[in-house]
Design a binder for this molecule. Structure first.
Ligand code: FES
Length: 107
């Protein structure tokens, strides 16, 4: 099993003015969204045509790709609307000391 590490994404307060928030986490580009009290992280790359997802709106537990409107379930990574079909990867999150972290493979 690959070694993992936690990367700080942003302070919790930052999600009040921006949601979702992208982060470079080692080899990964991830985007973290807040829904209610919970944080969800997925890869910041649409499975349809590689567009970043971090400029997309968050709605009904999903993030909407700003390019063609594909949607992804933030909890599972599953594609919910065409033209996106394949899922995107998900990552664990945690809150510690008022900041949000995402777990990625260690470099
Ligand atoms: S690049 Fe995201 S739906 Fe096409």
């Amino acid at each position: 099993m690959a070694a993992m590490r936690w990367i700080r994404v942003a302070g919790e307060a930052e999600f009040e003015t921006r949601n979702p928030i992208p982060a470079a986490a080692g080899f990964e580009a991830v985007v973290v969204a807040k829904i209610g009290p919970n944080y969800f992280a997925i890869e910041d790359r649409c499975s349809h045509d590689d567009n970043p997802l971090d400029e997309g709106d968050v709605e009904d537990g999903q993030i909407i790709c700003p390019r063609h409107g594909g949607r992804f379930d933030l909890a599972t990574g599953e594609a919910r609307r065409m033209p996106a079909i394949a899922p995107v990867r998900t990552f664990r999150t945690k809150v510690e000391g008022g900041a949000v972290f995402v777990e990625v493979e260690a470099e």
